[in-house]
Each structure stands twice: as structure tokens, then as C-alpha cells.
Design a binder for this molecule. Sequence first.
Ligand code: SF4
Length: 110
Amino acid sequence: MSEAAEMEWQKRAVCYLETSDAPEMWTSDRRPHGLLRKELQRMCARCPVRARCAGEAVFRDEESGTYAGVYLPQNIAANVGRRAAAMEELRVIAGLPSARDDVVHLGVSA
Ligand code: SF4
């Protein structure tokens, strides 16, 4: 599948259709505050590609930003726990198994 075809789903995204002139709203290194966070969550809640967005964020190990209504903190030591929790939330939205299940499937006990 071509990269253009793989990205076709993004053209149906609420963020693309309604805020493509302000991508920084979605990619901040800092958790959005109050009203902005709630507005981003509302937009994601009505987005038709929310599950795909969450799955892509997990598979691509995305940088910080809001994906599927979940704020994913930067991948730095200070954020290990919060980032892992956000990744788990994204996995649930995407319908993916827990990362903890991956470890169990490998025969490693957590
Ligand atoms: S669910 Fe993902 S693709 Fe849809 S509006 Fe939210 S960030 Fe954008």
C-alpha cells in the first residue's frame, strides 16, 4: 500500500478538517490546559477515525501530543509512568491488547 493510501484515513479526521491551520494545538510538548484540553477531547470523541488514530500513535510511538483525546507526554525519564498509562489508554481505544499482555505472550512474567 502506498504511503498516500495509508494516510487516506487522516483526511477524514476532525483535527485535519477543522484545525489544519493550527497543528500546534495537537502536538504540544505540554499537556493542554483546561478549556483547550476539553475541546480537543470533544473533537476526538466525535472523530470517525479515533480508533485508527490511537492505534497509529501506539505503533509509531508518537512524540508528545494529543491523540484520540489522550495526551501523550514526551518520552523522557520523568514521564515514564504517565507515558505508559497514556499508551495503555490508547491501546484500549484502538482495541489492541495491553502491553502487559505482550510481555505475558513472550513468556516473561511481569
Ligand atoms: S481522534 Fe485523532 S485524528 Fe481524530 S481528531 Fe482526535 S487527534 Fe485527530
